[in-house]
Design a protein. Structure first.
Length: 198
């Protein structure tokens, strides 16, 4: 048992040393107008992050995202989508506390993804977030995944939301705070049939 523990400890120290020597520090994002992820490829090589699109989040594939063959596990994409969506909405002025204080919960009614090309450990991804449907009661968010600095579409996903009032125990309309954030982010609202794609 001690030999296994020692070997594990040694391999953990080696992995930590490799990770520490390869850590990349990205500058903080700034609030600006949104555009699609294709446009990010133009600015991604610049050291100035002031030109980063508001509706695009950068996410690096980490070891825990990968599967046994080293590619990003398909189920982890939903976490990447959520991270990108949360950050895009935050930059647009929405914070989860706004609806939480009112007792309003986001309810996922449908989720899906399509995968076109694989991603792997340490890939720097640009995930664009678009609201493609915003009705009185529903909000559909779509995602486009590309490697930062590249045009090729790697994956696409969507999350459909309804909203539930936890105090009154019933469905309610899209909260004003969500609607205002979508409309405040130029380019985030891309209604079905308005373009995008590969």
């Amino acid at each position: 048992m001690e030999c296994v523990s020692s070997a594990h400890l040694l391999s953990s120290r080696i992995a930590a040393a490799r990770l520490a020597s390869s850590t990349v520090h990205l500058p903080p994002a700034r609030r600006i107008d949104a555009m699609d992820a294709k446009a990010l490829s133009v600015d991604s090589t610049r050291s100035d992050s002031a030109h980063a699109p508001m509706n695009v989040s950068r996410v690096r594939i980490r070891m825990y995202h990968t599967d046994l063959v080293g590619g990003a596990f398909h189920g982890r994409y939903f976490e990447l989508f959520e991270e990108a969506r949360t950050e895009a909405f935050r930059r647009a002025g929405f914070h989860w506390e706004m609806t939480d204080r009112e007792g309003i919960a986001f309810v996922v009614t449908k989720i899906g993804a399509e995968f076109y090309r694989p991603t792997a450990m340490d890939d720097d991804l640009a995930i664009a977030v678009f609201v493609t449907r915003l009705t009185k009661a529903r909000c559909v968010v779509e995602y486009e995944v590309r490697r930062a600095g590249e045009e090729e579409l790697l994956a696409r996903g969507h999350t459909d939301f309804a909203f539930f009032d936890t105090r009154r125990q019933r469905l309610v309309g899209v909260p004003d705070s969500v609607r205002k954030a979508v409309l405040a982010c130029t380019g985030m609202l891309r209604l079905e049939g308005e373009g995008g794609g590969a």
